[in-house]
Design a protein around this ligand. Structure first.
Ligand SMILES: Cc1cc2nc3c(=O)[nH]c(=O)nc-3n(C[C@H](O)[C@H](O)[C@H](O)COP(=O)(O)OP(=O)(O)OC[C@H]3O[C@@H](n4cnc5c(N)ncnc54)[C@H](O)[C@@H]3O)c2cc1C
Length: 326
């Protein structure tokens, strides 16, 4: 998988990264390439056709190598990974048997709507009980992959619990997608979703989990998104060439080691460092390239915009505090 990620990142994604950046939507054939390499099933169980990669460092490095090729494609694909894990580890046998094989092969592709759980105050998306299951009301402010996904893993609050479900994303009067125009990864198909009484049958509920349990899990799961920043930083360095490399190579290794070893308490600081490193190296690339770095035909401006995006993507209050301190 690591070798496949290196090959895909360098030979398939990177040569098309500028075109992908300016496309209306991430090209489907690039996602198909990831599926053909088995990457949609990266963390899925072997009995369902997954690669069963359990060493988290290998998963993180896979994401980093792909992200150094093209952040947009990697970002859309990465939204899928958590759904494979959630269905494999937390769903009942019916959901596992129905979905896991096609999720691992990439025949069915998933997005996720959960990050609004981190927002303080009243939950933007709620679930209430109804005949045969649940009904969802409210909104999910950020959902990526729209137009390239078949199902969506949704987190909705129900009192002190979270109802996690797997919904179809086909046309529905109860589900409205408002496209967002982005300064980076615009081809990620990112929308705001409005739920107006969307019915979720009970057989589409993955699990119901106490909010406090999820919050503890979320604090420990912040590592993965640091790999996007390391991928962008690594590509900047390669484009800068040998002369600029010396110290920065070490710095990428140092930040990666720090991220790998981080505890839930130190992760926000390590994530902040990774984002700052991507920003700094992208700046260096822009400055080195001079005025032409601003041309849309250069990787420098693309990577600088992507580093900017990574300052806020997957941000938590604790990461924000650390970023501001840095
Ligand atoms: C382009 C893009 C695509 C994304 N795609 C997805 C996706 O597919 N699925 C998904 O689930 N998420 C997605 N996200 C969400 C992403 O993970 C969020 O950026 C992240 O969770 C922070 O949310 P926010 O920026 O909406 O924070 P906001 O709610 O806007 O808050 C900004 C910051 O202030 C903090 N804050 C807000 N209110 C308070 C308060 N009262 N007290 C203290 N701190 C406060 C927040 O925690 C956050 O750090 C996407 C984001 C972007 C930008």
């Amino acid at each position: 998988m690591l070798e496949a990620a290196r090959r895909l990142g360098d030979d398939v994604l990177f040569p098309r990264a500028l075109d992908t950046d300016r496309a209306a939507l991430v090209p489907k054939d690039l996602l198909d390439e990831l599926a053909a390499a088995g990457l949609y099933g990266l963390t899925g169980p072997a009995e369902f056709g997954g690669a069963g990669l359990h060493d988290r460092r290998d998963v993180w490095m896979t994401v980093e190598r792909l992200a150094s090729g093209c952040l947009t494609t990697t970002f859309v694909w990465a939204q899928h990974l958590g759904t494979v894990t959630a269905i494999a580890e937390r769903a009942g046998p019916e959901l596992r048997d129905r979905w896991l094989r096609s999720l691992c092969s990439g025949e069915v592709r998933a997005g996720v709507a959960f990050s609004a759980l981190r927002r303080p105050g009243p939950p933007p998306l709620t679930a209430s009980r109804a005949a045969g299951g649940w009904v969802l009301h409210g909104s999910a402010p950020w959902v990526s992959g729209w137009g390239r996904i078949d199902v969506l893993r949704v987190a909705a609050r129900h009192g002190a619990d979270i109802v996690w479900s797997l919904i179809d994303v086909g046309p529905s009067a109860a589900l409205q997608a408002d496209p967002l125009e982005l300064a980076a990864v615009n081809a990620s198909g990112t929308v705001t979703l409005r739920f107006d009484g969307l019915a979720v049958p009970v057989d589409r509920v993955i699990t119901i989990e106490p909010f406090d349990e999820w919050r503890a899990r979320d604090r420990e799961g912040l590592r993965l998104n640091g790999s996007h920043a390391l991928g962008v930083a690594g590509r900047c360095l390669r484009l800068l060439g040998e002369a600029a490399r010396m110290d920065a190579v070490n710095e990428i290794d140092l930040v990666r080691d720090e991220l790998d070893a981080a505890t839930a308490d130190t992760l926000p600081q390590s994530r902040a460092r990774a984002s700052q490193l991507a920003m700094r190296l992208a700046e260096r690339l822009v400055i080195t390239g001079g005025g032409s770095s601003i041309l849309l035909s250069t990787h420098a401006q693309r990577l600088a915009r992507e580093a900017l995006f990574l300052l806020v993507f997957g941000q938590t209050p604790a990461i924000r505090v650390q970023q501001l301190a840095e």
